[in-house]
Design a protein around this ligand. Structure first.
Ligand SMILES: [Cu+2]
Length: 165
């Protein structure tokens, strides 16, 4: 009479990605930046995609995300999505994202994100991609990021990632 609901278990596993602490001996406190809850949006080769995450600066001094790199795209940029008065969404390239001491910043649809421009391959749901984050003080953090369906993650596609160059 027992029934197993394996699909539910698989779903929970996909949502459990977390971790990747970087220590930085050269910085004053050396506690680094930690990334949580990271995921990337499914998209097609030659198109664009984006990665989202929660960044936690465990240090006692301000830091900043100043760049990112990955082999899945020709270029990787930091963007901020902003809603214009006429209701259109605009993406503004950012030099950096400030990470206040002992604070958290969420990269999410409609806000800050890591943008992949010129995908070198399809990003299918269930794939994993490698992304390295560069910080002003903390050491680089390399993440293995699961590719998700944005519709399942509360992202409606409003960033325009499927249409903008
Ligand atoms: Cu963007």
């Amino acid at each position: 009479m027992k029934k197993l609901f394996l699909l539910a278990v698989v779903g929970m596993l996909l949502l459990s990605a977390c971790g990747a602490v970087a220590d930085d001996a050269s910085h004053t406190d050396g506690e680094g930046v930690e990334a949580h809850d990271f995921w990337a949006r499914a998209a097609l080769k030659d198109g664009t995609s984006a990665a989202y995450m929660l960044l936690h600066n465990h240090g006692t001094e301000d830091d900043a995300l100043i760049g990112a790199s990955s082999d899945v795209a020709a270029s990787v940029e930091i963007h901020l999505s902003k809603m214009n008065a006429d209701g259109t969404m605009e993406m503004i390239p950012q030099e950096s994202v400030a990470l206040p001491a002992d604070g958290e910043v969420e990269l999410k649809p409609g806000s800050y994100h890591v943008m992949f421009v010129g995908l070198t391959k399809d990003l299918n749901v269930g794939d994993e991609i490698t992304l390295t984050l560069d910080f002003e003080y903390a050491e680089d953090v390399t993440l293995t990021i699961p590719v998700m369906d944005a519709a399942d993650m509360g992202g409606s596609g409003m960033d325009g990632h499927n249409t903008m160059p």
